[in-house]
Design a protein around this ligand. Structure first.
Ligand SMILES: [Zn+2]
Ligand SMILES: [Zn+2]
Ligand SMILES: [Zn+2]
Length: 560
């Protein structure tokens, strides 16, 4: 197996190659010509034609299973296991499982992983791995130990300890008749200034769930061996793709769904695209485009009518999300078009994608959709967060990115009244302030007055999201607060809470004490209600942060 780092990383770019070919080549003239193009397919073809003419393609790497590499990972796993580093050992055994070619190597790695899972009391997962080891011809002379572990795990297994709550669902009477994933507390409105945006139809209370939405597609940013490639669920005993070595799934069901809908095509080219330097948002755009394949023939007829039900599970809504093509710089559009040309080349030359009945004559449409989605995903992709315990404290990390047709319609405010919480990859929007009827519901696109000065916020929002923020915090120059700053005691008197109690909660939550979260919330929510109108007051922000953390921990699929 060629390792990804051996590859030209990233491959030489067309513009650099042309410079070496023609001494009088002018990059700025070349980009001006590119900038005058009107459609996405023309932009991709502009580069693809040169690639073809000059026979200048990115290098293809065949990804194949390799017992040698699998045994090396297995040995590394054994070293970690010997030292009692079970989490690290699990990752190495999973790497081995993803790479193994023969059933002998595979069964040993499953068996070894089951030993780790046993050690960390994940008996259900342990038993599943034992079954997998046995189903893959685990050597007879080693079976006795495995059977012993099996009977012990069966004896010790109890209804699995779960800390996270179930994904909320919107009760039938409150479902929004026009928005599949939302409650009737909101509606979509459209105007010149805000584009499509979300408005409260009545007063909304703090903590109320506004929408529960599965992503149209999502992808991992990190830790691909302990999360499912398809649903992003945290998983310590995933199964591998049968063909490629980089991808694992939480279950056979997820694997089957992914293979049939997109991974069949992605599989053969994934390794080469990683070698090209593909980043997660590009990965997401590719997934979305492959998922959209049955709609390729219908693009011109895809419309979104706000009088009809707005859905989360079909491509039409995704196709109509904002792309802001005319606001992108020529260079940024060119980079995306070049990536699209690489993907097209790999897909055309290494897979059966363009030989399917519904995509046979749709090469230009593919280029159109992929370049559009590269823009849409960059602008609309929402981070998927998770809390994990890092030896001494909880760390909040963005481990995935998803494309959601409804959640993407929330505009930004630096003092947001709504926050997205992720139950796995399901996005749940909750009100973090009392929202009045007719008021716009806004989330933060990563920056708020609590973590970022106004100049920087405005700069990022202008260059990355192409708008000038006019939220209350920006308009009235709210003082920037650092949520970790100390409570200031004179002001603190307004809260009916003892600073020591707040500190206790902070410490317990940072330690991952899940048992008390509901109790903390019961204390915090009335305080948040009391002080919500005192923003920009640091203490109000601090209470809000604690409530947010409680909600996040309740949603968290990963054991903290
Ligand atoms: Zn899954
Ligand atoms: Zn694969
Ligand atoms: Zn703002």
């Amino acid at each position: 197996m060629t390792s990804v780092t051996d590859a030209d990383n990233p491959p030489t770019r067309m513009i650099d190659y042309l410079k070496t070919l023609k001494p009088n080549f002018s990059p700025s003239r070349y980009l001006t010509k590119f900038g005058s193009l009107k459609t996405n397919q023309d932009r991709v073809n502009f580069i693809y034609r040169d690639m073809k003419k000059l026979n200048f393609y990115p290098k293809y790497f065949k990804d194949s299973k390799d017992d040698g590499a699998a045994i090396a990972s297995q040995k590394q796993g054994d070293v970690f296991f010997g030292k009692g580093y079970y989490h690290e050992a699990i990752i190495e055994y999973t790497r081995s499982i993803a790479t193994a070619k023969s059933r002998g190597v595979l069964s040993r790695s499953y068996a070894n992983r089951s030993a780790c899972l046993f050690k960390i009391n994940m008996f259900k997962e342990c038993l599943v791995d034992i079954d997998r080891a046995l189903a893959n011809n685990y050597p007879d002379h080693l079976k006795r130990q495995l059977h012993e572990r099996q009977s012990q795990a069966t004896r010790l297994m109890r209804p699995s300890e779960r800390f996270h709550e179930d994904t909320p669902c919107i009760p039938e009477p409150q479902r929004n008749p026009l928005i599949e994933s939302a409650s009737d507390a909101v509606r979509i409105e459209m105007n010149e200034k805000w584009g499509r945006h979300v408005i409260a139809t009545r007063e909304i209370k703090i903590g109320e769930v506004l929408s529960v939405e599965r992503p149209f597609a999502c992808t991992l940013l990190m830790e691909r061996l302990i999360h499912c490639h398809h649903c992003l669920e945290f998983c310590y005993n995933p199964v591998p793709c049968e063909f490629c070595t980089l991808i694992v799934f939480c279950s056979e069901q997820c694997k089957a769904k992914a293979v049939i809908s997109y991974h069949k095509y992605e599989c053969a080219i994934y390794f080469s695209l990683i070698a090209c330097g593909m980043h997660p948002v590009q990965m997401l755009a590719l997934k979305v485009t492959l998922l959209a394949k049955e709609d390729f023939g219908l693009l011109s007829t895809l419309t979104v009518d706000l009088e009809e039900v707005y859905r989360s599970d079909r491509y039409r809504e995704i196709h109509k999300l904002m792309a802001a093509t005319n606001k992108q710089s020529v260079k940024s559009l060119y980079d995306k078009a070049e990536f699209a040309a690489w993907v097209f080349h790999f897909l055309d030359s290494c897979t059966m994608f363009f030989k399917r009945p519904n995509t046979r004559n749709k090469k230009d449409i593919f280029k159109e959709v992929l370049l559009l989605q590269l823009q849409i995903c960059e602008l609309n992709g929402l981070g998927i967060l998770e809390v994990h315990y890092d030896f001494t404290k909880n760390v909040l990390q963005t481990f995935g990115v998803g494309l959601y047709s409804f959640s993407s319609l929330f505009n930004h405010a630096c003092c947001p009244n709504v926050e997205g919480f992720q139950y796995g990859s399901t996005m749940v929007m909750k009100a973090m302030k009392t929202i009045k009827e007719g008021e716009q519901c806004c989330i933060s696109y990563g920056m708020s007055y609590g973590n970022c000065p106004k100049e920087l916020r405005q700069e990022v929002l202008r260059t990355k999201f192409f708008f000038k923020c006019e939220c209350e915090a920006c308009k009235f120059n709210w003082r920037e607060w650092n949520a970790t700053s100390q409570f200031r005691s004179p002001l603190f008197m307004d809260l009916k809470m003892n600073p020591m109690e707040i500190m206790f909660m902070e410490t317990e939550l940072a330690r991952g004490n899940m048992v008390s979260v509901h109790q903390f919330l019961a204390r915090l929510l009335p305080q948040l209600k009391r002080c919500e109108n005192f923003e920009p007051w640091g203490n109000a922000l601090k209470i809000k942060r604690l409530v947010e953390l409680c909600y996040r921990l309740l949603a968290n699929r990963r054991r903290v």
